[in-house]
Write a protein that binds this ligand. Structure first.
Ligand SMILES: NC(=O)CC[C@H](N)C(=O)O
Length: 263
């Protein structure tokens, strides 16, 4: 296991730039939110489209100067090793740690969840022997590719705490992590139940896991256990899966309510 440097905690509390009518530091309900999507790598466009379909403004973020005006940030799915490398090369890693530490609302999906985790159980190691780093913020241990590789990608329906309505979330898992351990302040919002879910099936073009059963559990020959796939702690939200590619908008809607201080 490896630990990320903790968010410095020295930054001033997060407060978006243009908030004359919001003395609490929250965007006024009538103001259009500006949500950044970290755009060094990954499925940026899908998140931008989802936020815009909910009436928010979404902008790709590649430079530290672009962070100042944001009400919230999304770290997309993609490849966490590449994202780690590029955020450091672009000088984004430290400003992002500071913003996370100061309370900026951040939502990470899949690779984004890995970036927000304090500890990566199985970090990739580069040619110099350096383990990949996360930004951290969520007091938890995450395991990369835990449900299997690309050909074992799958989709399923999940119960998800705190969303509008009672219908389950259609969740797509692509080389997805699971959360192995959470600290006291981390709330579990969704799990893949022990033994999988009856509705689980392989994604088109993949073999998928054996009918709805997370492969990591059965391959180990142990009793299947439920696997944590969505969490929240304060202003940080993370999912192992990709709501942005199924037309499921309620996770982003929850994130917008978090930004507005309504959830
Ligand atoms: N769909 C994804 O974001 C996959 C995450 C990838 N396995 C990683 O380690 O970053």
């Amino acid at each position: 296991m490896t630990s990320s440097p903790p968010a410095s905690g020295t930054a001033a509390p997060h407060r978006p730039a243009d908030l004359p009518d919001a003395p609490t530091g929250r965007p006024a309900p009538s103001r259009t939110l500006c949500v950044g999507v970290l755009a060094v790598q990954g499925d940026v466009r899908e998140h931008i489209n989802t936020i815009e379909s909910l009436g928010g403004r979404a902008v790709p973020v590649r430079r530290p100067a672009e962070l100042a005006a944001l009400d919230g940030l999304i770290i997309p799915g993609g490849e966490s090793t590449t994202m780690d490398r590029l955020t450091r090369i672009f000088g984004l890693a430290e400003p992002l740690r500071d913003l996370i530490g100061s309370g900026l609302p951040v939502y990470g999906s899949c690779a984004g969840m890995i970036m927000l985790s304090d500890v990566i159980a199985d970090p990739s190691v580069d040619q110099l022997g350096q383990p990949q780093q996360s930004l951290g913020g969520l007091d938890m241990v995450v395991r990369r590719n835990a449900f299997g590789r690309q050909r074992e990608s799958f989709e399923t329906d999940l119960a998800f705490t705190g969303l509008a309505g009672h219908t389950p979330v259609r969740a797509v898992f692509i080389r997805a992590p699971w959360v192995e351990k959470v600290g006291d302040g981390v709330q579990v919002l969704a799990e893949v139940p022990a033994g999988g879910t009856p509705a689980a099936g392989p994604l088109e073009g993949t073999t998928g896991p054996r009918r709805g059963v997370p492969p990591g559990d059965t391959d180990a020959g142990a009793e299947p256990v439920a696997r944590i796939v969505a969490v929240r702690s304060g202003n940080l939200l993370a999912t192992s899966f990709h709501p942005e590619i199924t037309g499921e908008r309620r996770v982003h809607e929850l994130f917008i309510r978090m930004i507005r201080g309504e959830a």
